[in-house]
Design a protein around this ligand. Structure first.
Ligand code: EPU
Length: 423
């Protein structure tokens, strides 16, 4: 398995282009299942998760062509041959469950493996099931698979989610586009990826209002047509690379970045002493001399501080002046990076969903590994600021969510290389 060698070498300067959002693309791709006509996505990120979704859609009979070096995905679901999302694919990537709503709406039936737990938490599917049942689906669990059917079609309904789940919102919105009548989803998730999905569905002919607020109203239509849609900027890749100059010093411009995508995160960066400025091309981040100030962070659904930036923020807090308290409220087990950061000299105390970080003057390089995507990149950020060499193993986690991570960081002066391994 490949690893990444990072050598701490001072301030970073230059520009980093930000890709299209992984989590938007992973919900836009299953939207192809809703129509017989082609759906084309531009600004797609080049990631292994996108390849996994491609394989899943192809296994259902969709045609998916990757064009322009992977940045354009041309899809067509004219002839679907299967309605089963197999365990072998779903277990690799939870976002596979996003085919459930579209298949049910288009075919009246869907069989989707339950994904099982993952490194950051149990992540059940109950909210997805409740949402689709509200639309009239009958769903039962057999042999580890959810068997869903709607023999006489889905029907619009008023449904309030117990928690604003991103995936359950996406599944319900997609399913409701082809349901009979009006659906009102209350306590819907408000993430930018959902707004992006709705914008794409609208181009396909769907009638939806209220995206980006907690009430989404969908007027079902008989069919959706083809469309071309540009995937929104990845706010998590954006926030991750904003932390590179914050941790190492210097000034970096993140091309394609927008403040509206990372508002709560920027508030915390400002409080820590980091300057963020919106430019014509994106966001410019600069750290003045001296240590950053410790700030407390609580993760929340959008527009709150994103759980997907908690690990990276912890890397920054490791060398801050003072003590910070990081509270994780979305996933029950998302501090796997803490013991690894401690191997680099960080002082962190984890109790349940709270991590208390006492800033130290400097970190020291060490061999480290992580069990999930965001944890892995937090170790790279820490390595950039540490004295000496850090080797981050299990790089396949990074490949799921960060395209060209070595090239992008090298471009701003980081000393970083991928070490290939035959094993
Ligand atoms: N939950 C339930 N029941 C459900 C669904 C969710 O209890 O039926 C719980 C989860 O276990 C979790 C919480 O609700 O504790 C939030 O889950 P949500 O459904 O909102 O998240 P998701 O759709 O599974 C997406 C992103 C995650 C991101 C979360 C939160 C995709 C493909 N994934 O997951 O991204 O952390 O929203 O913002 O969109 C990542 O990119 O590293 C990543 C994990």
């Amino acid at each position: 398995m490949d690893s990444i060698l990072v050598t701490g070498n001072g301030p970073l300067n230059g520009q980093i282009p930000i890709a299209g959002a992984k989590n938007a693309c992973l919900t836009l791709m299953p939207a192809t299942l809703l129509s017989e006509e082609p759906l084309t996505l531009t600004n797609a990120p080049r990631l292994s998760d996108i390849k996994t979704m491609t394989l899943l859609l192809q296994s259902l009979g969709a045609e998916v062509s990757s064009l322009q070096d992977g940045q354009v995905l041309a899809m067509s679901s004219h002839d679907l041959i299967s309605h089963t999302a197999d365990y072998e694919i779903v277990r690799k990537m939870r976002a596979s469950n996003l085919v459930l709503g579209p298949m049910l709406a288009r075919l009246g039936q869907a069989v989707v493996s339950l994904p099982g737990g993952c490194a950051i938490g149990a992540r059940p599917m109950d909210l997805h099931i409740e949402a689709l049942e509200a639309l009239g689906a009958e769903i039962e669990l057999k042999d580890g698979y959810l068997h869903a059917q709607a023999p006489s079609g889905l029907k619009g309904a008023v449904h309030e989610m117990r928690f604003a789940s991103v995936g359950a919102t996406e599944n319900m919105v997609m399913a409701a586009t082809l349901a009979k009548g009006t659906t009102v989803l209350k306590n819907a998730a408000r993430e930018p990826e959902i707004v992006d999905l709705v914008e794409c569905l609208r181009k396909m002919g769907a009638q939806i209002e209220g995206e980006g607020t907690s009430t989404i109203e969908i007027q079902g239509v008989d069919r959706l047509h083809g469309a071309t849609h540009q995937v929104v900027t990845d706010r998590i890749e954006l926030g991750t690379y904003m932390l590179a100059p914050a941790i190492c010093g210097g000034e970096v411009e993140l091309l394609g970045g927008r403040l509206s995508l990372v508002g709560a995160f920027v508030e915390k960066l400002n409080a820590a002493g980091i300057d963020v400025e919106e430019t014509d091309k994106g966001l410019k981040v600069a750290r003045k001399n001296g240590r950053v100030t410790a700030v407390d962070v609580t993760t929340e659904p959008f527009p709150g501080f994103p759980t997907d930036l908690q690990a990276q923020m912890m890397a920054l807090m490791c060398t801050a002046e003072g003590t910070s308290v990081l509270e994780e409220r979305i996933f029950e087990n998302r501090f796997m990076h803490a013991p690894e950061l401690m191997r680099m000299g960080a002082q962190i105390d984890v109790h349940g969903g709270t991590a208390t970080v006492t800033g130290v003057e400097g970190l020291k390089g060490a061999p480290v590994m992580a069990t999930d995507l965001r944890a892995s990149v937090s170790l790279i950020l820490a390595g950039l600021a540490a004295e000496g060499e850090t080797v981050v193993s299990r790089v396949y986690h990074l490949d799921r969510g960060y395209e060209h991570v070595v090239r992008k960081l090298e471009g701003v002066g980081a000393k970083i290389e991928r070490i290939k391994s035959d094993g």
